[in-house]
Ligand binder design. Structure first.
Ligand code: GTP
Ligand code: MG
Length: 612
């Protein structure tokens, strides 16, 4: 494939606006020197949102290419950021009732094999997956059943496991669970109660018999029919068993069995914000039944029963993809986000000279490797990712349960250098997007989790500084709204176990039940002290697009001047949030339609990803 961008364009080569970079030492550029090079001075419009949707005419005059495609030259990538699925762990296979048959050996010993264990259902967050559409379409996932045991002591095969691979950034919530073990235990308790009652009656009648021999018959006649074995439904009887054999059958107590996989307690709430080095168990398969040799005893040399395989749990789960990509492109409609995605990646996102061409997110992957002069992001210096904990959702008001031992990163885990990153092109934001105007709010969720925010500003559509401020205002308002929502949810989730409610709602105590309010180990509020910080604290930069158009240089100069002032602390962060990230607010000019400036963007993103 031919290279998309001009080879040899140096990382920091100011190819679009050389005059702006002539004096590298001075950050603030004298406007006079720029205006002399401007062919047609631009007339910036004060309201970016009003002008941003106006079509830029230049793309129509350019020949069609991959970066300037016809409006119908695009590929729709299936995408879903939500899915509801039902997962069924595999039931255990039944044990086998069998006896050795050989010549001259009429009644051979029991040799029924054990049933295989049912398959488990796991979940794993992996790089490379970008959507939940496959799961949304499939809806039901079943792990394999354990196979039934065979004669000749042959055990049944284990059921196949299912590993659900989801994109990094997926949040999993349990909606409902059907656990046959819970039902069985309840049934067992009832049956055991009946059995105890019967045993009491028998004891009483025997005591009466011991007192008066002649009333024996009368008392015995009054005894109700003996209840069935409490675990009768767990046994599998030999099909050829006669009625009398069945009546005289005394079933043993079920042997205690060691479980290899313990079903995680519910409700499950997983936040898979990092790749999981090992799959996380969601639903444990049922254990296999025991073959009849397990029940051989001196009194029962030929057991005519085996045990059934255990039925397994089913979970209804809601998956939500929050982190769509490492980098989120945030821009007004028609700013050139999709063209930029095409220029940076192999994406075939739809491009059109009108607002809202993009109606659902497009994800592109940038592959980093040294052969193309692209740097590789070094592995994180921090410790390996914290083990994911299965917690009970704050919404349900329960105490957090951490299963760190089971779910942690494997021993010797070393993070690998990043060899790729993903970019999400989301539909354009308009004023009031945080109030669900336009297509914004649905997709602002994705911005919330992206590691780096790239604000795409169209240099040919009015004042770039105003456009940037408008975008940040929307993002900032959205961030605060989300924090309020989260806070409300957290407060609603606090529970008063003992019901006296005397403690303050801020009590965070996990010890003692003596009238204390026990509060779940909730995550700290998203934004820290200052509202909106959970987004404003992310590293960000501005991609100034359509730099090839005439009259954009002046606009770019003002944008750069403004961002330099933000970096130097002379101007507040465009969102107005105190303590927001302002370390190095850059504006990179590009002409996506010509593939100019893309390498520089990739280098810049790599630098920011390394920091984030
Ligand atoms: N001259 C020029 N035109 C560009 C450039 N980038 C994009 N365009 C044109 O701008 C128009 C809009 O581009 P899109 O990539 O669809 O913009 P978008 O931001 O994805 O738009 P929405 O999806 O509607 O939000 C198209 O006609 C592109 O050809 C550029 O660098 N230079
Ligand atoms: Mg688009």
């Amino acid at each position: 494939m031919p290279p998309r961008c001009t080879p040899g364009s140096g990382i920091f080569l100011p190819f679009l606006y050389p005059t702006l970079f002539r004096s590298a030492s001075s950050r603030i550029i004298g406007r006079a020197s720029i205006t002399t090079t401007t062919l047609h001075s631009s007339s910036p419009s004060p309201s970016p949102s009003s002008t941003s949707t106006e079509p830029s005419s230049s793309s129509d005059t350019l020949p069609s290419s991959r970066l300037n495609p016809a409006p119908d030259d695009y590929a729709i990538s299936a995408f879903a950021d939500k899915a509801r699925i039902t997962v069924h762990a595999g039931s255990g296979g039944h044990g086998c009732i069998s006896f050795l048959r050989e010549a001259y050996l009429a009644n051979g010993p029991a040799n029924g094999g054990d049933g295989g264990h049912g398959g488990n259902v796991y979940i794993q967050a992996v790089h490379g997956e970008t959507s939940l559409h496959k799961l949304a379409r499939r809806r039901i996932l079943r792990a394999g059943r354990g196979k039934t045991g065979q004669g000749g002591n042959r055990g049944g095969a284990r059921g196949d496991d299912v590993v659900i691979q989801v994109p990094v950034g997926t949040v999993v919530r349990e909606l409902n669970r059907i656990d046959p073990l819970v039902e069985e235990n309840a049934r067992y308790r009832e049956a055991r109660e009946r059995e105890r009652e019967y045993e009491r009656l028998v004891r009483e009648s025997e005591a009466a018999v011991a007192e008066a021999e002649n009333v024996e018959d009368a008392i015995r006649a009054e005894l109700p029919e003996a209840p069935e074995h409490p675990h009768l439904d767990k046994f599998l009887l030999y099909p050829g068993i006669s009625h009398t054999e069945r009546r005289s059958l005394t079933l043993p107590r079920l042997p205690r069995r060691e479980r290899l996989y313990v079903q995680p307690e519910g409700p499950i709430h997983l936040d898979l914000s990092r790749p999981t080095p090992q799959p996380i168990l969601l639903a444990a398969g049922g254990i296999g039944g025991l073959g009849n040799p397990h029940f051989v005893s001196k009194d029962r040399p030929r057991p005519l029963f085996a045990t059934k395989g255990e039925r397994a749990v089913s979970l209804q789960l809601e998956l939500e993809l929050k982190l769509l990509a490492d980098v989120g492109l945030v821009g007004l409609p028609n700013a050139g986000k999709s063209t930029l995605l095409r220029a940076l990646t192999n994406s075939r996102a739809r491009v059109g000279n009108w607002a809202f061409t993009t109606l659902q997110p497009n994800i592109g992957t940038v592959v980093l490797d040294n052969h193309k002069g692209r740097p590789i992001v070094p592995p994180p210096k921090a410790a390996p990712p914290a083990p994911h904990a299965i917690i009970r959702d704050a919404k349900y008001g329960s105490v957090v349960i951490s299963q760190r031992d089971q779910l942690g990163a494997p021993a010797g885990y070393t993070p690998e250098p990043r060899t790729r990153f993903t970019i999400a092109d989301i539909p354009g934001l308009i004023e009031g997007a945080h109030l669900d105007r336009g297509l914004g709010v649905e997709f602002l969720r994705h911005v919330e989790r992206a590691g780096v925010l790239a604000f795409v500003v169209d240099l040919s559509a009015g004042d770039a500084v105003e456009a940037l401020k408008a975008l940040w205002t929307e993002v900032g308002l959205y961030a605060r709204m989300r924090e309020d929502e989260e806070q409300e949810r957290e407060v609603a989730g606090r529970i008063d176990w003992e019901g006296d409610g005397s403690s303050s709602p801020n009590t965070r105590s996990r010890t003692g039940f003596g009238g204390q309010m026990i509060v779940a180990n909730f995550p700290e509020p998203m934004g820290g002290e200052e509202g909106g910080l959970h987004i404003a604290a992310k590293p960000w930069f501005v991609i100034a697009t359509k730099g090839d158009l005439e009259g954009t240089q002046d606009n770019y100069a003002r944008l750069k001047e403004y961002l330099d002032a933000v970096t130097d602390g002379q101007e507040p962060h465009p969102s107005g949030v105190e303590g927001a990230w302002t370390e190095d607010c850059a504006a990179i000019p590009v002409s996506a339609i010509h593939g100019h400036g893309t390498n520089r963007i990739i280098h810049w993103i790599v630098g920011l990803l390394d920091e984030s």
